[in-house]
Design a protein around this ligand. Structure first.
Ligand SMILES: NC(=O)C1=CN([C@@H]2O[C@H](COP(=O)(O)OP(=O)(O)OC[C@H]3O[C@@H](n4cnc5c(N)ncnc54)[C@H](O)[C@@H]3O)[C@@H](O)[C@H]2O)[C@@H](O)CC1
Ligand SMILES: Nc1ncnc2c1ncn2[C@@H]1O[C@H](COP(=O)(O)OP(=O)(O)O)[C@@H](O)[C@H]1O
Ligand SMILES: [K+]
Length: 517
């Protein structure tokens, strides 16, 4: 198998972006030339989004730094292209380059407007107040201005990122502009994938400016990368073509251990999704009272009936399981208070842990238990499970991206923190982010579908080839496929219609779409 990772977009901190820019400038690229180049590209994009005939009036918000400088170049270019441009500059002191652009705008006769009511009578606003140079909270008159803009119904295009957001954590510093479109410049900044920032970003787009690969690598190779999952990565990792003489035990055997009388549905969703992953053999261990029901719903699965506890959870696994046939295990959805988790953590097989398995792990010495494992371990907590597992880390470290990364390398696991933007970190410190998903997935049972899919993909891959980085990418592939199925179903029907059952049914459609694209 080709283990090269195809090109994937990177995600950077403000400090990394500044260091890359500084390198470019030190090698002779004039600051003003870069600003001009970037602003031309932004202008072009604005023209496409807000064509002159329908949106003739532009209001430009000019900040003190180079974000304001970008905005002034955009103002000038929109003026030259026939837009009626009005500007508002709420801070009097400008950086020298920004001040030059302001002087030239005045020379061209562009008006600076003091009254925000006049200024707001525009068809769209360009927000060039602050970019990655925002260091302290937006307050006083500036905060009032942001409130007026947010209360108006005029659409806002934010340059680089909505003013008021912290470039790394995505936290709102005092207050922030709620944009309709955000044009992130150069490389994706972390804020674009942070939960706190999502309500402010609107539709996010990258405006590249031809950063030389050498300069980018010089700065970013100093630490493990943060990258976005792309269709080409997924395409490479999916086990599309089976050997011509394959038999069912050669294309992945997954043991799914899930369900209880209290949560039978979780077992079914997880099993149906594992089936959809293409796994060769699917064994589903459930409490014995669920056996017939599961068999009737998934005739393809070998359903293993387990003795039950008083509460209807799995009391133990039967002794006749053919462990040598099992390539991977997925444990947790709907498991309830089954006492089998500690024994399974000791089994030397690749293991996906979710839901109740994670809650039980949280009651154990987490670090020692995970570090004692010899096979790959994948944890898929949502935010609540994550806090239960790692309360100190979740509290201490404001930035979950760093937190997930540190934990994955420290514990030598693949850690998948599920959310609107799911983070997937591996033992090597690499972090993948799923850039595209849908809130249609915010529904009980969606996570069970992911567990089955991830377990199924894990089982289908030959273990000797499985480096830790590669297993992380496999987990990322499952996350991507799951989210794409959600997007696909939401688009075909509506966000309201994406039940986890429909999600399972749509897995094959999103896969077909990927294969044909
Ligand atoms: N350096 C360049 O030539 C390039 C810059 N670019 C643009 O430049 C931006 C970064 O420029 P800067 O580093 O000048 O930073 P910003 O324009 O984001 O803002 C920095 C200025 O805001 C002030 N400031 C920070 N927080 C404040 C607050 N709460 N209240 C009032 N004032 C506050 C600072 O004192 C400083 O004057 C990027 O986001 C991007 O838009 C990009 O166009 C790429 C090229
Ligand atoms: N707002 C959202 N946008 C995108 N994806 C979401 C959103 N909310 C939840 N999800 C996804 O839905 C799934 C929910 O999983 P989980 O919370 O474990 O649900 P359950 O335990 O009910 O099955 C995760 O994959 C998560 O990433
Ligand atoms: K901005």
């Amino acid at each position: 198998m080709n283990m090269d990772v195809p090109f994937a977009p990177v995600v950077v901190t403000a400090a990394q972006m500044q260091a890359i820019e500084a390198r470019i400038f030190s090698h002779g690229m004039p600051v003003a030339a870069l600003m001009e180049k970037v602003a031309q590209r932004i202008t072009q994009r604005i023209q496409q989004r807000y064509p002159l005939p329908q949106f003739p009036r532009a209001a430009i918000l000019v900040g003190p730094g180079h974000n304001g400088g970008d905005a002034l170049v955009v103002a000038r270019e929109l003026h030259h292209r026939g837009y009626q441009v009005q500007m508002h500059q709420p801070v009097s002191t400008l950086k020298p380059l920004t001040a030059d652009h302001a002087r030239y705008a005045q020379h061209l006769g562009l008006s600076f407007c003091q009254n925000s009511q006049d200024w707001l009578a525009a068809d769209f606003i360009v927000d060039g107040l602050f970019g990655f140079g925002l260091t302290r909270p937006v307050s006083g008159a500036l905060a009032d201005l942001v409130a007026v803009i947010n209360q108006s119904s005029v659409p806002v295009v934010s340059i680089d990122l909505p003013s008021g957001l912290h470039t790394d954590s995505g936290a709102v510093l005092g207050t922030a502009i709620a944009a309709r479109h955000s044009y992130c410049l150069g490389l994706w900044k972390r804020a674009f994938f942070q939960t706190a920032a999502l309500p402010y970003l609107g539709q996010a787009e990258l405006i590249p400016f031809d950063i030389p690969a050498l300069d980018q690598a010089a700065i970013l190779s100093q630490s493990a990368p943060i990258q976005l999952i792309t269709p080409s990565l997924v395409r490479q990792l999916l086990p599309w073509d089976r050997p011509p003489a394959a038999h069912k035990y050669q294309v992945g055997s997954l043991l799914l251990i899930c369900g209880s009388q209290q949560y039978p549905g979780a077992a079914l969703l997880c099993a149906r999704s594992a089936q959809a992953s293409g796994v060769g053999m699917l064994y589903v261990a459930v409490p014995q009272s669920l056996r017939l029901w599961v068999v009737s719903q998934i005739p393809e699965a070998v359903v293993i009936a387990c003795p039950e506890t008083d509460t209807g959870a799995i009391a133990a696994l039967p002794s006749d399981i053919h462990w040598e046939r099992i390539d991977a295990i997925a444990l947790g959805p709907g498991l309830g208070d089954s006492p089998i988790v500690p024994a399974l953590l000791a089994v030397d097989k690749p293991l996906v842990l979710d839901a109740d398995a994670l809650n039980q792990l949280a009651q154990m010495p987490v670090e020692a238990t995970l570090q004692a494992r010899s096979s790959p371990t994948l944890l898929t907590p949502h935010g609540g499970e994550f806090k239960r597992l790692f309360p100190r880390e979740a509290e201490r470290n404001g930035d979950l991206m760093n937190c997930v990364r540190d934990l994955a390398s420290q514990l030598h696991v693949v850690l998948v923190l599920k959310g609107a933007k799911t983070f997937i970190a591996g033992p090597d410190g690499c972090l993948w982010i799923n850039p595209e998903s849908t809130p249609a997935l915010a529904r009980g049972g969606s996570g069970d579908v992911l567990t089955g899919l991830m377990g199924g993909l894990l089982a289908q891959h030959p273990q000797p080839a499985a480096s830790s980085g590669w297993i992380t990418q496999l987990a990322a592939t499952a996350v991507w496929w799951h989210a794409q199925a959600g997007c696909f179903a939401a688009q075909r029907y509506s966000q309201l219609s994406v039940s986890p059952s429909l999600l399972v049914d749509t897995l094959k459609d999103s896969l077909a779409h990927l294969r044909l694209a």
